[in-house]
Ligand binder design. Sequence first.
Ligand code: ZN
Length: 254
Amino acid sequence: MKLVDTHCHIDNEKFNEDRIEVIKRIEENLEFAVNIGYDLESSRRTLRLTRVYDCIYGTVGFHPTDISKYTEEAEKELEDMAREEKIVAIGEIGLDYYWMEDPKEKQQEIFRRQLKLAQKLNMPVSIHTRDAMEDTVKILKEFPDIKGVIHCYPGSVETAKELIDRFYLGIGGALTFKNAKKLVNVVKEIPLDRLVLETDCPYMAPEPNRGKRNEPIYVKFVGEKIAEIKGISYEEVAKVTTENAKRLYSIGDR
Ligand SMILES: [Zn+2]
């Protein structure tokens, strides 16, 4: 079974030179990849990619560090785009208290508005949370029917256990880094059927490519690492995480 990259940004300018080749490698090596919007422009680019390439699905939304242009009008356009066939989630949305581009209250307001949008459309969400886990969990509890994925899961095993009844945990290249002890523990303790693989490319390249440009096919290094940590076969990791990704985004067998 082939892997899925559940979170990538191939509309990023770092792929301007060779995007077609990168997508060809997805086509040949992965089940599919999900390109993630982070503002209006990137959501539009995402939609275009999903229309052109079979192997690309997408999400639309405003990342918490990019909410300055979130308006009523933008929200309406998000909704229109979200109704398109291959747009499979609202995201990435959430809270980022590390960069703190906008005050906490503003971030929480826009996070809630996009959760309401997902609720209205009955769609899953892709959550970004950095140095803000407590408030993230608190707000998600206000929306008990919302499901989705906590992308690049940064939390503890305890918090993971609170979330996995309705959220998958997105595991990326950070798992392969030397200081990944906390995340290794999460992967050890949380059942495979709650994990999905991601790259967050062009960022977060896994070992042995750390520091270089990342791309979707490198999810295989994350898959290998999970197999090693859990003491199971790579094939088992591939099979279960790909099924999880399809369930997460409601994507049928292709
Ligand atoms: Zn991302």
